[in-house]
Design a protein. Structure first.
Ligand code: TYM
Length: 334
């Protein structure tokens, strides 16, 4: 039997190159060898809605994000693509798993502490339980592989702990999910310091126009020691150089040497990066425009995904309820 892959992402709308390099490229590749399930986690998004209000509505964000996934190569014939709240069994499993998860495990998670700092007036119950819902997402489908960026590793560690505790109390039921990283597990944003993220406005959208992409890249921070064109640079501290390693791997040595000797200026270096990103994304952008022109297509994909995901979810939930003693193990014939 093929292994099963699950991953989720919050409906932040159009995806950025950090999402792609850190996660989506693996979602696409894994389709060749595994049964894959990918989910837009709209319920998770509600935990931070007050602190980071969305520019557009949830439904529009889901639509834009699914277009990106499909254009990037997620194939609804091979993978299940769905929206978290459309398979409500996950909320039931979340409640059941919350009974085996000590509160101390959750309040210690670094992402919880950071979010609590960001929204001190709304440290809601859902925020504390965020990793429990994430565990429910994964184990509801008995996934063993979870492609994610590095920032999600603490959540995966906790998921394994919850699974182990469930097994100790009720017997073996789920695989222990393992994270799968790409060669770019943490992509920094245009500020060169923070993780690329939509909320920090330091991102480059996959679906941006070539001109917008160029403008964004030109605004990127480089080596602060290079104040004048003639200053020699330090590529190892420069995020533009790091981005070249993904979009221009064959020219990396040359670019590094030219930066160190001040043979190339930061603007030229950024122009070259923008050209490479635009070239790489051209087929993606064409596919995206074609898909966007098909009325109702995204809705069909997510309705079909919910039907297929729901069948698996119901089976797992029944097994969990039996193990926890909520329903009898024998099915009583009527
Ligand atoms: P989210 O929505 O923040 O991000 C989606 C995926 O993109 C990766 N990512 C990055 N990777 C590298 N560099 C970056 N700058 C970057 N920004 C984002 C993330 O690591 C992630 O893989 N909690 C999750 C969603 C989730 C989930 C799940 C994931 C809910 N349930 C179950 C896996 C399994 C999140 O907020 O991802």
């Amino acid at each position: 039997m093929k292994g099963r892959v699950f991953s989720g992402a919050r409906p932040t709308g159009r995806q950025h190159i950090g999402n792609y390099l850190g996660a989506i490229q693996n979602y696409v590749k894994l389709q060749d060898d595994y049964d894959c399930i990918y989910c837009i986690v709209d319920i998770h998004a509600l935990t931070t809605l007050e602190a980071t209000p969305m520019k557009s509505g949830l439904q529009e964000n889901i639509h834009e994000m699914m277009l990106d996934w499909l254009a990037a190569g997620l194939d609804p014939q091979r993978s299940i693509l769905f929206v978290q709240s459309h398979v409500p069994q996950v909320m039931e499993l979340h409640t059941l798993l919350s009974m085996v998860t000590p509160l101390g495990w959750l309040t210690r998670v670094a992402t919880f502490k950071e979010k609590a700092r960001m929204q001190p007036d709304n440290i809601n119950y859902g925020l504390v339980g965020y990793p429990v819902l994430m565990t429910a997402d994964i184990v509801l489908y008995k996934a063993n592989i979870v492609p994610v960026g590095e920032d999600q590793l603490p959540h995966l560690e906790l998921a394994r702990e919850i699974v182990r505790r469930f097994h100790y109390l009720f017997g073996p039921t789920f695989p222990e999910p393992q994270a799968k990283l790409t060669n770019a597990p943490l992509v920094l944003g245009l500020d060169g310091v923070n993780k690329m993220s939509k909320s920090l406005n330091n991102d480059i959208e996959l679906a941006a126009s070539p001109e917008d992409t160029r403008e964004r890249v030109i605004s990127a921070f480089t080596d602060p020691a290079r104040r004048y064109r003639s200053d020699p640079g330090h590529p190892e501290v420069c995020n533009v150089y790091r981005l070249h390693s993904f979009y221009n791997p064959e020219r990396l040595g040359e670019l590094g040497a030219e930066c160190r000797s001040a043979g190339i200026g930061c603007v030229e270096c950024k122009e070259a990066l923008a050209r490479s990103i635009n070239k790489e994304l051209e087929p993606f952008r064409e596919r995206r425009a074609e898909l966007a022109a098909r009325p109702g297509y995204v809705k069909e994909v997510i309705a079909d995904g919910a039907r297929r995901a729901s069948a698996i979810a119901t089976e797992t939930l029944t097994e969990v309820k039996q193990k926890m003693g909520l329903i009898s193990r024998q099915v009583i014939p009527d």
